[in-house]
Structure formats: structure tokens, C-alpha cells
Design a protein around this ligand. Sequence first.
Ligand SMILES: NC(=O)c1ccc[n+]([C@@H]2O[C@H](COP(=O)([O-])OP(=O)(O)OC[C@H]3O[C@@H](n4cnc5c(N)ncnc54)[C@H](OP(=O)(O)O)[C@@H]3O)[C@@H](O)[C@H]2O)c1
Length: 262
Amino acid sequence: MINETLGIIGGTGWLGGAIAKAVLAKVLLPAGNLVISNRSGSHPLAQRGVCLVTDNQDLVNRSDIVIIAVRPEHFASLNINATGKTIISLMAGITAQAIAGQTSASAVVRAMPNAAVEIEQSFTPWYCFGEIGATTRSLVQRLFECVGTAAEVQQEDFIDYLSALSGTGPAFPALLMTALANQAIVAGIPAEIAHLAAKNVVVNSSQLLVSRDARQIIDNLVAYRGVTAAALQAMTQGHFEEQIGRALQEGAAVARKGLQAR
Ligand SMILES: NC(=O)c1ccc[n+]([C@@H]2O[C@H](COP(=O)([O-])OP(=O)(O)OC[C@H]3O[C@@H](n4cnc5c(N)ncnc54)[C@H](OP(=O)(O)O)[C@@H]3O)[C@@H](O)[C@H]2O)c1
């Protein structure tokens, strides 16, 4: 358990709320050391000993470390002074320099979790800007391990690129699952069966990848020179990997350009 007080601006939202619940569930800190804010001032977490405020400066003053978990378009109106504090931003597309400039924080961590924080299965890359000691670095890692796995990266641009990769969480698998089901239905498979089959491929069979190497699985299945080989060959001839590359670059370009201006 840590002694620091953690503040989460936007701590009742999808990401902020899931992180708040997870740090309590994993006993990273006691409920009394957690301050969350939103504009409406109400949330069930307030009944669990967590301090809920509507004044973000009040939250900053009470906290040693402040997470900003509001949407990027709401950042400009936050109006907080975090002089001498460390801010951890979850916001896509807002640079560490812009955050330090607007808040006067002495250090900024940009972290990019995904929607799977809700089930503690996120991957969270994080990047440090400014002076951050080993104790705070270790705290950041432990914080994001409460909602899955995490790793520090050495370039801020990696956060923008990874926003389009792991930051999208379940989006790519959801697209694949929808495409598999839709195409099966087009081919005449009853909808209920098509959805069961597509879900099994994306959610259940893929669990083999937890313990097995992806390349090895592909090579083993293709070695049969049968149905799977033919299906995967059609995908690669359709430039599947190049399409994935383009998708990631498109997403990363939006993250680099900044979401505030959109
Ligand atoms: N969702 C994702 O998959 C995902 C993935 C990676 C990164 N992110 C980043 O995570 C951040 C949060 O996303 P989200 O999906 O969790 O958004 P969200 O569900 O809309 O949560 C945002 C929260 O911020 C609160 N809020 C808004 N303005 C505020 C203010 N001025 N002061 C205090 N609280 C305020 C809102 O509560 P009230 O309306 O009650 O004020 C809401 O609870 C975004 O910056 C996004 O770029 C999200």
C-alpha cells in the first residue's frame, strides 16, 4: 500500500472510474487517499470513503499525484495550477509539453490505457516528461498494473503511435468479429450460428495465444496445407498486413496532430 494521495480529474468516467475502482480493489491505497472529481459531484464511489469534489484545484491541492482522465476537448477549460506536482495524463493527442505549460506541473507522465481497464486487461504504455524519480516511476508502473500490464517507453511519439494500436483496445477484434459474422451470414449461415462461430474465433480460440507463440500457431496451421492455409493466404494476398499498417498510421497521425483542434 502507498502513502501518497492520488487525485483523478474525471475519476467517474469510463477510464478514470475503472482505475479508481481497481486501485481500491487491489489495495494500492486506502479509500481515504483517493480524491476524484467530476462536474456533477455525484457518484457511487463517494459512498465507499473516496473523496468526490467538483473543484479541480481543490483536488490538485489535496493530491501528491494527479491523473487527468477527462476527454481531450475538456482539457483547455480545466484551469488548474499543479506547481511541484506530477500529472499523469490519459488524454490522447495532447503533448506532455502542452500539459506542463498549462498546469505548471513539474513532471508529466503520458499514459495510454485502453477500454479493457474495465476488466483489468489493459496494456498501458507510459512516457515521462520532466524530472521524475525512481519512486514515482515505480508508483506509476504499479498504478497501471492494477488495470493490466504496463511498460515505460522512451519516446513520446511511441505514445501517439500506440494510441492507435493498444489504445484502441477491443476495436480491432470487434471489427474482425463483425466482418466474420457478416460474411458468414452473406454466405447463408444462420445469423445465430454465424455470431457464435465468429465470437469463438475472436474471444475463445484466441486464448491459445496467451501461452502459445502467434507465428508458431500460424506456421503450424498453414503446414496442413488445407482450409486454414487457403483462408490465410487469401488474407495475405489481399495485403492484410499493409492494411493494418495504414490503419495504425492513420490513427497515429490523428494522435500526433492533436485532438484538441478537431
Ligand atoms: N475510452 C477509451 O477507450 C480511451 C482509451 C485511451 C485513452 N482514453 C483517454 O481517456 C480520457 C477519458 O476517456 P473516457 O472514455 O474515460 O471519457 P469519459 O467516460 O467521457 O469520462 C470523462 C469524465 O470526465 C469528467 N469531466 C469532464 N469535464 C470535467 C471537468 N471539467 N472537471 C472534472 N471532471 C470532468 C466527466 O464527468 P462529468 O460529465 O460528470 O463532469 C466524465 O466522467 C480521454 O482523454 C481519452 O482520450 C480513452
